[in-house]
Design a binder for this molecule. Structure first.
Ligand code: CP3
Length: 342
C-alpha cells in the first residue's frame, strides 16, 4: 500500500482533504543536484543507467513534499527503441541526423520487443520503487504518437513543426503508418511499466496544439485514444495536450482518469468543457514561478479556489523552466500542501 495516496484518490475522483501536487519536469535543470549529474553524464546515459535515472527521479522528493514521483526518462526513448537514433545536443536539444521523410524510411522503422530494447527503463522503475519505499506513487509516461512523429520528421525541436505537418498532409499513408507503429510500441511499453509497478501513466501531447481541431482528430487524438483504451484496463491514465483546449470536451468522453490543461485556459472554462466527473490537472504558468514566493503562494491559493479541491491535481501548465529558483518551486509546492479552504 502506498502511504500517501492523495494523487491516486484524486485520479479516482475520491474525496481528498487537499489537492495533490507534482510538477511536470520536476526532475530537471532547476535543481543543483541534477546539474551535478548532468556535468558528469550525457543525457541518454542518465536515462539508460537505472542507478542514475532512479536517483534523479527521487531528487526533487528529497527536497519537497511532493505527492507523486515521475520517472526520469524522455519521450524520445521510444523512437530510439524503434531504431530512430536521437541524440541530445547541447543548445539544440533533441537531434536526428536523418529525419524521417519518406514511406521507405517509415517502412524501415521497427516495432520492437520493448523488453529487449527498453529493459533499462523497467530496471529504473524497480530501483526507483525501492528508493520510494511506498511513500508516494510513481508516474510512468510516454509521448503521444503525434508529438513523437513531430520530432522524427522535423529532426529537432521547432516552433510550429511545419515540416512534420507538411509530411502528414503530403504523405498521409506514410504518416499514419508511422503513427501506427509508435502507437503499438507505446501501448506495450506503458503496459510493461504498469506491470513493473507504476501507479499511473501520463501521455504528453506537447505539440497537439499545432494542429487544427479536425487534423487533431486524425493525426493525434485517434492514436492517443487507442493508448488510453488499452491502458485504462490496467491503470489510471492522464492525458496532457498542450494547447489542446479545443479537444477537451471530446477527451472527457474517453476512459482517461484525468486531463492536463495549460495556463491559457481558465479553471472555470476547463471545468465547463470536461463536465463534473473528470479530474483536471494544471495549470500554473511555468513562467509565473519567476514571481516572488509570496506572490506564487497567493496565486496558487487562487488557482485552487477556482479549480476546487476535489477532482483536481495541482501542477504547472507545462514543464518547469530551467532558470526557476529552487525556493520558488518550493513555494509553489508548499502553497498547495498548506492550502486550507476558508
Ligand atoms: O517530468 C519529469 O521530471 C520527468 C522527466 C521528463 C523529461 N522529459 C526529462 C528531460 C519528461 C516527462 C520529459 C518529457 C518530454 N521530453 C517531452 C514532453 C513534455 C514537454 O516538456 O513538452 C518532450 C517534448 C521531450 C523532448 C525533449 N527532451 C526536449 C524538447 C528536451 C529539452 C531540450 C533542451 O535542451 O531544452 C529534452 C531534454 C530533457 N528531457 C531534459 C530533461 C530533464 C533536459 C535535459 C538536460 O539537458 O539535461
Amino acid at each position: 500500500m502506498i502511504k500517501n495516496d492523495l494523487f491516486l484518490k484524486a485520479l479516482r475522483g475520491e474525496q481528498v482533504e487537499r489537492p495533490p501536487v507534482w510538477m511536470m519536469r520536476q526532475a530537471g535543470r532547476y535543481l543543483p543536484e541534477f546539474m551535478a549529474l548532468r556535468d558528469k553524464y550525457d543525457f541518454f546515459t542518465r536515462c539508460q543507467k537505472p542507478e542514475l535515472a532512479s536517483e534523479i527521479t527521487v531528487q526533487p522528493l528529497r527536497r519537497f513534499p511532493l505527492d507523486a514521483a515521475i520517472l526520469f526518462s524522455d519521450i524520445l526513448v521510444v523512437p530510439q527503441a524503434m531504431g530512430i537514433n536521437f541524440e541530445m545536443r547541447e543548445s539544440i536539444g533533441p537531434w536526428l541526423e536523418t529525419p524521417i521523410r519518406t514511406m521507405e524510411q517509415v517502412q524501415a522503422v521497427s516495432v520492437p520487443d520493448v523488453n529487449e530494447s527498453l529493459g533499462y527503463v523497467f530496471e529504473a522503475i524497480e530501483m526507483t520503487l525501492e528508493k520510494l519505499d511506498n511513500d508516494v506513487p510513481l508516474i510512468g509516461f510516454a509521448g503521444s504518437p503525434w508529438t513523437i512523429l513531430c520530432y522524427c520528421v522535423e529532426g529537432r525541436g521547432s516552433k510550429a513543426f511545419d515540416i512534420a505537418k507538411s509530411f502528414c498532409f503530403q504523405h498521409p499513408e506514410a504518416a499514419h503508418l508511422l503513427l501506427e507503429k509508435i502507437t503499438q510500441t507505446t501501448i506495450s511499453y506503458l503496459k510493461r511499466k504498469v506491470e513493473k509497478g507504476v501507479s499511473a501513466v501520463q501521455i504528453f501531447d506537447s505539440w497537439g496544439g499545432m494542429l487544427s481541431p479536425t487534423d487533431y482528430q486524425e493525426f493525434s487524438w485517434k492514436y492517443i485514444n487507442r493508448i488510453v483504451e488499452a491502458l485504462s484496463e490496467v491503470t489510471q491514465v492522464i492525458v496532457f495536450g498542450k494547447g489542446c483546449w479545443f479537444a477537451l470536451e471530446e477527451m472527457a468522453l474517453s476512459k482517461a482518469s484525468a486531463l492536463g490543461v495549460d495556463w491559457t485556459l481558465s479553471p472555470e472554462h476547463a471545468r465547463k468543457l470536461v463536465g463534473p466527473n473528470m479530474t483536471l490537472q494544471g495549470n500554473f504558468d511555468p513562467a509565473r514561478l519567476h514571481s516572488s514566493p509570496a506572490v506564487i503562494r497567493k496565486m496558487v491559493h487562487e488557482m485552487i479556489d477556482r479549480f476546487g479541491t476535489q477532482r483536481y491535481i495541482a501542477n504547472l501548465g507545462h514543464g518547469i523552466l530551467p532558470n526557476i529558483p529552487v525556493e520558488n518551486a518550493e513555494a509553489f509546492i508548499r502553497a498547495v500542501v498548506d492550502y486550507k479552504k476558508n
